[in-house]
Design a protein around this ligand. Sequence first.
Ligand code: FES
Length: 315
Amino acid sequence: MSRSFARLFPGARHARRSSPGLGRLPKPADAARRLEHAGALDGTVRVLADAVQRRTGSGTQADALHGVWLGQPVHPALTGLPVGFWTSAAVLDFVPGSRRASQVLIALGLAGSVPTAAAGLADWSSLHREQQRVGVVHAAANASAMALFAGSLLARTAGRHTEGRALALGGLAALTASTYLGRHLAFPLGAGASHAESVSHLAPLGWHDLCRIYDLPDGRVAQRQLGYLSLVVVRQGSDVLALADRCAHLGGPLHQGTLTNAEDDPCVTCPWHGSVFRLSDGTVVHGPATARQPAFDTRIVEGGMVQVRPTRPGG
Ligand code: FES
């Protein structure tokens, strides 16, 4: 420490000795990590997840909420509505003559938060337990933000504008915390991302021997290795269909799943959360997965050898 610095800040030397150090200060990421292991949340998580799954089921309604029709989760896309409207309203509160505009934006944010919450809950009910613990706090922060903005709108319509502005600032704080936890779920914990995407980059180009067709059980799901990649393989007579084994939703082992049919196309159902993929091309038939499962072209060559190569879109 330089002399001039010590003269300006005489307590600095002492403060440095007694401080635990900047590296050990609590950080938002540490707090989020602790939530992943907060077993005290499990009771709430179980009850809420059961209730959501009973309400949404596993059919068309659930697929719509997950975003099977969109090819990606709907929840992150919808999140922009309440976040955008409410943030704009809180900013406009500092601009004279914007009372009416702030009220409209808060009302639009409340309207947008309903489908956003429904899609988020549907996704959350099919996550790993650690993700669900973080997710339930994320949902509680969102519910607080909704309540505070609803209170803000009521106060404003009753003419209590100062109270309305204060409640909006509280709502914005809850929204900021919730947004951080949502990003923690999406990025460090990978909720919503495809867990099979890397296969497209790891699979060697060109045709490769996999196994002999006679070694595959007919009409049953099997697992075979292509180097260090695991494939789920189904033989149907002289046809062989193959997908990446690691489920795009959260990495479940598809070879432990069941063989089903959708519109006469053979499909495999993931044993973890029930996503259904068409075996011919990896299309998602039912969620919670929204990303296509990497598929492999197959052919039978001399000696009954099954060869595979990664299916390229359009190729
Ligand atoms: S891991 Fe969730 S459906 Fe496959």
